[in-house]
Design a protein around this ligand. Structure first.
Ligand SMILES: C[S@@+](CC[C@H](N)C(=O)[O-])C[C@H]1O[C@@H](n2cnc3c(N)ncnc32)[C@H](O)[C@@H]1O
Length: 239
């Protein structure tokens, strides 16, 4: 979180937050502030985006100071843009406070830079989640270019298909990759692998995960970080 985020939380009348927000962060709001979780739940009611928008607008129109607390950065695969539009349409003035997106957290804790002068001149954030059925509509030829880091959000369950597409488009199967689960949390888990074995690496855990693929991840393979690191046995070693 930024210092600005801590300051605005400290002035909130209401905090509308996603799941997985630690109590230590919610406690930065005044003791009397209302806390409303709009987390996705498996069994109980799940808030539709429209409902969240209406909730935010309704609370703000009551004259309350509303903090919408989201994981990472609100504008990176966070639907912050939709919520902002709904508030603007209702004539509510808003301030957007940036956050540390999961890609930055995962790369920092692995000690593996997303860009590197010699081996990664670009980084691209993509979603592994298709809007409709099937796989995401991505420019595989562009993503397969060497010396380029590809970060896939919401891609753990489609890791096998993503790896196959990248390899078919020309990315080397030996390209280093990192799967970062629960990056920056105390129970963070990092799995280092190669593109050819990405699916197996992504299957070792079910927490929120990022796939980070690219030559610059070689340093994640080489590092000795504090979080538990699993290095699945490569195919040729298993054979
Ligand atoms: C809806 S997106 C929200 C991203 C968020 N706005 C951000 O900037 O990090 C949720 C996805 O982000 C990734 N993610 C979020 N937090 C994560 C974490 N701590 N570690 C690894 N991946 C995470 C996962 O791919 C997860 O499925």
């Amino acid at each position: 979180m930024t210092v600005r985020a801590v300051r605005v939380l400290g002035c909130a009348d209401v905090v509308v937050h996603d799941g997985l927000v630690p109590d230590a962060i919610l406690d930065l709001a005044p003791a009397g502030a209302r806390r409303i979780s709009v987390a996705k739940r498996k069994s109980r009611h799940t808030y539709a985006q429209e409902e969240i928008n209406r909730l935010l607008v309704g609370l703000a129109l009551e004259g309350l100071s509303v903090v919408r607390l989201k994981g990472g950065d609100p504008f990176i695969f966070g639907r912050g843009g939709e919520e902002l539009e709904a508030c603007r349409e209702a004539g509510i003035s808003c301030e957007v406070v940036p956050g540390v997106t999961a890609a930055l957290a995962a790369s920092a804790s692995a000690g593996a830079p997303l860009t590197h002068r010699q081996v990664a001149q670009a980084v691209t954030f993509v979603t592994g989640h298709a809007a409709g059925e099937g796989e995401p509509d991505l420019d595989w030829a562009a993503l397969a270019r060497p010396n380029h880091t590809v970060v896939v959000y919401m891609g753990a369950s489609t890791a096998g298909r993503i790896a196959s597409r990248l390899v078919a488009a020309g990315r080397a199967p030996s390209t280093p990759a990192l799967v970062g689960f629960r990056a920056s949390r105390p129970d963070e888990l990092r799995v280092t692998t190669r593109l050819a074995d990405l699916a197996a690496a992504a299957a070792v855990d079910a927490g929120p995960a990022l796939l980070v693929i690219g030559e610059a991840m070689e340093s994640a393979l080489a590092s000795v970080p504090e979080a538990p690191v699993i290095q699945p046995i490569a195919r040729e070693e298993r054979a």
